[in-house]
Design a protein around this ligand. Structure first.
Ligand SMILES: [Zn+2]
Length: 149
């Protein structure tokens, strides 16, 4: 007795001679095979494309990571440069301040020398004045001792 089955290609019912029959005709079996191969090819292509895509993603991920690392390294470098620049500026400021102080000290020293010189002159003048006064007094006393002269 023949079995009633459904063709896996066209879906029509057919009377199968063997239990293992899947298609209503030889042509539908070969068409089904062709379609399966075609589907397998499409599936293979899709897998290849997926692999290519994954590889591209992996590369771009690596590239991205490399860029991020470079950016971090660059930032660290710039930070170091800024710190160094800051230190140099501070050092320059310190040197400027020192030079300013040295100039001030020199000026003060000159001024105190002038003051000292002025004081010496005043003292000399006073001494000279005193000597002169003594001379006058001496002369006066001498003239009083010898009124007849
Ligand atoms: Zn069929």
């Amino acid at each position: 007795m023949n079995l009633l089955k459904q063709c896996e290609y066209c879906g029509d019912e057919f009377e199968a001679i063997r239990d293992s029959a899947k298609y209503c005709s030889d042509s539908h079996r070969s068409l089904a095979n062709r379609q399966r191969r075609r589907n397998e090819e499409i599936e293979y292509e899709r897998e290849c494309q997926q692999e290519e895509y994954d590889e591209m993603c992996r590369i771009s991920d690596e590239e991205q990571l490399k860029r991020e690392e470079q950016a971090i390294a660059q930032q660290a470098e710039q930070k170091l440069i800024k710190e160094a620049e800051h230190k140099i500026r501070e050092e320059q400021r310190r040197i400027d301040e020192q030079q300013r102080r040295i100039k001030q000290d020199e000026k003060r020293e000159k001024e105190s020398k002038i003051i000292l010189q002025k004081a010496e002159i005043n003292l000399k003048l006073k001494v000279l004045g005193g000597v002169a006064l003594f001379g006058i007094i001496g002369n006066f006393l001498n003239s009083n001792d010898n009124p007849k002269q």
